[in-house]
Design a protein around this ligand. Sequence first.
Ligand SMILES: Cc1ncc(COP(=O)(O)O)c(C=O)c1O
Length: 457
Amino acid sequence: MNVHVKDDNFLKENNARHMWHPMAHPADSLANPPAIITKGEGVHITDIDGHRVVDAVGGLWNVNLGFSCEPVKQAITRQLDVLPYYSTFRGTTNDCAIELSYELANFFEPDGLVRAFYTSGGGDSVETALRLSRQYHKVRGEPGRVKFISLKKGYHGTHMGGASVNGNANFRTQYEPLLPGCHHIPAPYTYRNPFNESDPAKLAQLCAAALEDEIAFQGASTIAAFIMEPILGAGGVIPPHESFMPMVREICDRNGILLIADEVITAFGRTGSWSGSRHWGVKPDMACTAKAITNGYFPFGAVMMAQGVVDVFENDKTGNANVGHGYTYSGHPVGAAAAIACLAETKRLNVADNAAARGKELYEGCLKLMEKYELIGDVRGGHGLMTAMELVSDRKTKMPIDKALPMRLQEATYQNGTMVRVSGPNVILSPALILTQADVETILSSLDAGFSAVSGN
Ligand SMILES: Cc1ncc(COP(=O)(O)O)c(C=O)c1O
C-alpha cells in the first residue's frame, strides 16, 4: 500500500512538472519522466507500476543495510516521539548527539580520528573539512595556508567549496567562477591518464610526483589541505594502487599539509574495510562521512578529526579557534539516533566482510560480461561493493560511447530485473552491503540481458 494521498494517475501526470531533479536537464526530465519508486524492501525497490527489481544503486551509495532495517526505523520513530529536534549550537546539546560522538570515536579509533563535527550530509561534511582545515592553520600561526589540492575525477559534492575541489567539469563549468586557490592533479586512473601509463603502481608514482610538483609550484606554505576519496566513487569507481594513498600521506606530512579523506561513500564498510583510509593503511587528519551513517534514512553526516587537529583547536588561548561554522541540523537528535542504531547494526551484521565477498563476485562477473560485450571498455572495482563499467564505442581507440546508449542500457537492465545507475559513460554498481550471492547473480543476469538488448547479440 502506498502512503501518498494522490492516486497513481495524478503522480504520473505531475511527475517532474513542478520540481527540478538534481543531475538532470529540466527539459529532459519533462520529456523522459523519471521512474517513480514507491516501495523498498531489503535490497529490492518497486515502482508505481508494481515492477520490482534489485536496487544495484543502493539508494545512492547510502542504503547499505537495505530498505527494511528495523533498528534504524525504530530509532527514528522513537526519537521523534521523545525529542524531535534540539540544537547543538553553543550552550545546548542533546543526548543522542553525545552518545553518537562516543560511538563514532570508538568506530574510528583505528583511523586515529577522535572528534566528530556533525553535518546534514556529504556536501556539508566536505565544506566543514575545508573550512576547518584553513582555520587549523590560522590558529597555528600559518594563515597563508589557504589553498586546496585535489584529484581530477574526484567527487566532493556540489557546494561552492566542494565543487571547487571537484574534479569533473560537469559540476564546475556552468557554476564558475569557483573558489580561488583550488588546484588539481591527475587521478590514478589507469584506463585514461595524461601519462599514458596503464601499470597501476607506476601510475600511482607518477600521480604522487605530480602532487609533489604542484606543491613545489604553489609553495607548500600556501596549501591548507589535500582532499581525496580513498577510492574514487562517483567519478567512475577508480581504486588507486595500494601505494597511492600512503604516498600522499607521506607527501602531505613532509609539507605540513592536512590530508582530508572524503569517506562519504567509503566509510562504514563499502570497500570491504571499515573505512577507505583503513583499507589503505592510512590515518588521515580529517574524514568526511555521511550517506550510510544513517543508512540513508535521515540526512546526516560527521567530519571526524585526528588528535593533532583537535589539539590545535582545544589548546588555543587566542579565541581564534572558536568554530564559526555549523548547521541548524548539526547533531540533529533524530539523525543521531538513526546513526547510533545504524552503527550497531552495521557492526552486528559485519557488512564489511560481506561487501568484500559479494564485491569480488560482482567485479568478476562484470569482467566476464566484458569478455562477451565489446562495448565494455574497462571494468573497475575489486575492493568491496564499488564496481563500474566504462562503455566505449571502440575498444582499440577507446572512443567514447554514443551518449544515448548508457540510458538505453539502464532501461533494458531495469526491465530485466535490476536498477543500475549510469553516469556519463559509466555504469556504476553500489548495491546494499547486505546483498546475497543470489542478488549478485540477478544483477549480473539483468546486465547480461541489458547489454544483449542494446548491442544486438
Ligand atoms: C565522496 C563524496 N563526497 C561528497 C558527496 C556529497 O554528498 P551529498 O550529496 O550528501 O551532499 C558525495 C555524494 O555522492 C560523495 O560521493
